[in-house]
Design a protein around this ligand. Sequence first.
Ligand code: SF4
Length: 463
Amino acid sequence: MSKTETLYKYPEEIKNEFVKTEDIAFRNGIRVSAAEIWRFMTEEAPIRYPHAFSNSRYYHRRLSGDVHLPSTIKHNYLMLTMTDRITKARESGIPIIFVQGGQSVDPYYAAGGIALRPASTGLWARGRVEGLNLREEELSRMDEREKARRSLSVEICNTAGYETIQEGNLPVDMVAPYLCLRCSDVSYGLEAHRHGKHKVDLFLVDYPLDHQKDKEWAVDYLAKTLQRLTQKIGKLAGKEVTEEALHKEIKLHNEGRKLAIETADVWWSAKVPPTNGADRRDIFQMGGMELHGDPNATLTVLKESNGYVKDRVKYGVKGEGVAEDAKRLFVLGSCVFPNDFRVEEAGGIIVGNDNHWSDITTIVEETGDPYEKLAKAILSYPYEQPIEERAKWTIELLKKSRADGALFLYNWGCNTQSAISRMLCDIIKEETDLPTLIIEHEQRGEQTEQLQNRVNAFIEMLE
Ligand code: SF4
């Protein structure tokens, strides 16, 4: 792609309709109007972040053209303002905590911090360099990742943003992931930070395994660990963390989780998919309340999206670019997604994924000791249960979403998911007769076309 390539532009004719939609209400009390969002997304952002507006069909996160769904523009606004917002928050004394491992972020926010996953940390880091086109941006990202490979190991998947903290010197105050079954990268990364040149506070939320949710001691142990975690973050934030603050945070996050569940049920029940796959994923993921580094802002966009999805289902509106009889794919496993737009060109649509849906759909009890209730919920995440139990939950999701087939995807170096994939797919096939395909993806970016070819062939087979 050259610098002169035409970039995607939101059509001017939707402006009047868009500016009448809801403000985004942020955690710090600031409200941003739809008119300001429109200005940023049509004037400022294309100059600062041209890569995000690339029209390339090979760009897997290209902007959705379903412009009558206001949340798609608002979600992208929140993604593209990540660097400005997080930098400002950090300068005002809010500690930034790096998290990883499919966890709920309620305790991090209750303690006065901002919890960012690898993808969000990466966005924050990359947003500091402006004016790059897609090619330049991808090369710089690969270059950063290569540094992590050299510092950690080539034997692991390296998606964890180690390089952005150590090499990019991003001002992250604490690295505090959960150690859990899904991710073998967590422990490598944490250990490497211990020896890294950039000194950062470390905290590992130890996660007992093997029928953990049925053991009283495991709940008690995790509850105490979460208490230590909030105290440590509270110290950085200069704030005393009360049970009341955690209760309040759990309620807020439960609101998001419940809304996401309701939205998914409506979406899955529709005769035709009411949005394309990229918008669906963004809307469902908002239930995790961690996507944009501001749970309150995310909640306002999720609420608005919920209304639009319901209306579209009621009036039989189909998402932009989706085939009438699209083959429905469900993605299993961690951290790999095919290009939604090219899946749709091939006659398919991705209707869901199991990974973060596991924590999004686990509602935390709102009464009693909040640490204990949170620990109970976290230990019962279906994605982290023994394989047969995880498979039962996955089968329910496949049925609910009316999937025609399941793709199990993971990165090369992902030890846990690679070991689980065969058995999980065998159980699915035995119980449902649905076709499944396992693909190991190589993270460096060279294998994207191969991944897509195999996914498209799978769709052809379903047809
Ligand atoms: S691909 Fe696997 S090892 Fe890598 S970050 Fe994701 S879950 Fe962890």
